[in-house]
Design a binder for this molecule. Structure first.
Ligand code: FRU
Length: 474
């Protein structure tokens, strides 16, 4: 059983076995949250894509369901690629990309079209055999790389955004409209970026939040700018204003949605309370994937809530995740100078909240998943006004550091860590930044140590064991 493996996630959505990548069709239908995902049900390697499926009543506890979509028609024979889902007249309608290889080179020899499948129960889907968008529009638009429809409804009309690139390989997003989800009219290239925008924009998502329209997407090949954009694949957002009449989307520059290593192709939904909830693939194409040798690969992040904050978004863990909390320990007003540990503050599967006063400190570090040879280090350095996540000693395969600037005007630094068997998600200062990393330590590496240069005072420290979220009915 792969679920018993030391690296198999306990409170993250992961396939029962074999391969997972992007979240797909993230939606609320008949009182349940549906989450589909890119899945290869026959191997821990990427291959002909199916849609795996999990369902939840609360976004916290999940149940596996059978594969929802499999390659079966002339147009999706080599893969049911990423897409979205929307409720229409009591049915759940999935819109996805059909992929066919036309030769051996997966970069040039492909045909992509957009397809529809419908379900009355949210579980069994019937495909429309004909694609609803058969070819890419005219203009400076690459004819084949054209995928990942995200559909939404606005004032009685359906819209969708599609990932695309220009003919000379600059990422861009296409906007379409439709009255019935079957006949689609191309409106405009909604967004592209001069300069360092990457060669392909995958998995776009567009929604209104607070004062803005937000475009989320996953550009490939953006080059590093200072501490930003150090992953070949990453997820960004831009804030702007979509003019629905013309399809013109006026927008600002890229902001990273996650400053860590492993966060890609996120998708969002609006929940019944009006919150914008996002889930991402907790991996990335060029990441090390040592679990493949053990028959499984890929996981989703925890659900995250996007909260508008002026010209930025805060990214916060879904509050309901508190339901996973079991044994708790807490400490208050603990000065930290040299290396220090606290009774019962350790483990492999936990939530840790730390509020530390760093007024008199030059550096503050939390080492977690620490053992005789291993540790993953989260450190704040006054001289850089930044937090760095260091996984050079995090275990099998992984390496490197990622850094993000943080605001410490209040002298208080807040960390909230979610550790699972092979992952860390770190929310900084109420969602000002988040850093996600896969790590592959030994199970015995379960220590947590705190260290400071100068004196830091941990004003509050709380730790909870977290429990598993899956029931295995499917
Ligand atoms: C993003 C992506 C999508 C594509 C899917 C294929 O990770 O490359 O663009 O639809 O994965 O699995």
């Amino acid at each position: 059983r792969v679920q018993a493996h030391k690296w198999y996630p306990r409170f993250h959505v992961a396939p029962r076995a074999y391969w997972m990548n992007d979240p797909n069709g993230f939606s609320y239908f008949n009182g349940e949250y549906h989450l589909f995902y890119q899945h290869h049900p026959f191997s821990p390697e990427w291959g002909p894509m199916h849609w795996g499926h999990v369902v939840s009543r609360d976004l916290v506890h999940w149940e596996h369901l059978p594969v929802a979509l499999a390659p079966s028609t002339e147009d999706d024979a080599d893969g049911c690629f990423s897409g979205s889902a929307i409720e229409v007249n009591g049915k759940l309608v999935a819109m996805y990309t059909g992929n066919v290889w036309t030769g051996p080179d997966h970069d040039t020899d492909l045909k992509q079209v957009q397809m529809i499948a419908e379900s009355s129960d949210g579980i069994h889907f019937t495909k429309r055999v004909e694609p609803v968008i058969n070819e890419a529009p005219e203009g400076d638009i690459h004819p084949y790389h054209f995928r990942d429809p995200k559909v939404w409804e606005h004032n009685g009309t359906y819209y969708c955004v599609l990932g695309s690139r220009t003919k000379d390989h600059q990422g861009q997003v296409l906007l379409y409209r439709s009255d019935d989800l079957l006949n689609w009219a191309f409106m405009a290239v909604a967004a592209k970026k001069e300069g360092n925008g990457g060669f392909m924009w995958e998995c776009p998502d567009l929604f209104h939040l607070g004062e803005h329209d937000v475009l989320v997407m996953s550009p490939q090949g953006v080059k590093p700018e200072g501490e930003k954009f150090h992953n070949l694949h990453q997820a960004v957002y831009v804030l702007g204003e979509l003019e629905y009449g013309t399809g013109t989307f006026t927008h600002g520059d890229f902001h990273m949605l996650d400053a860590g290593f492993d966060f890609y192709a996120p998708q969002t939904l609006e929940d019944p309370e009006g919150r914008r909830v996002m889930i991402g693939w907790m991996d990335m194409w060029e990441s090390e994937m040592p679990t493949q040798a053990h028959g499984f690969c890929g996981a989703m992040t925890i659900p995250r809530v996007l909260v508008p904050d002026g010209d930025r978004l805060l990214v916060q863990p879904l509050p309901e995740l508190a339901e996973l909390r079991r044994e708790a320990v807490s400490y208050e007003n603990q000065p930290v100078t040299a290396k220090q540990t606290f009774d019962s503050v350790n483990g492999t599967c936990l939530e840790l909240r730390v509020e530390v006063n760093i007024k008199n400190a030059d550096a503050f570090r939390v080492n977690f998943r620490s053992g005789s040879e291993e540790k993953t280090v989260l450190r704040w350095d006054k001289k850089d006004a930044a937090v760095t996540l260091d996984r050079t000693k995090s275990g099998a395969g992984v390496s490197g550091t990622r850094t993000v600037k943080v605001n410490t005007e209040s002298d208080i630094l807040k960390f909230r860590l979610f550790l699972d068997q092979s992952s860390a998600e770190i929310f900084i200062n109420d969602g000002e930044a988040v850093m996600t990393a896969r790590i592959y330590p030994e199970e015995t590496s379960d220590g947590i140590e705190f260290e400071a240069e100068g004196e830091a005072v941990i004003e509050r420290l709380e730790k909870w064991e977290l429990h598993s979220v899956f029931s295995q009915k499917g």
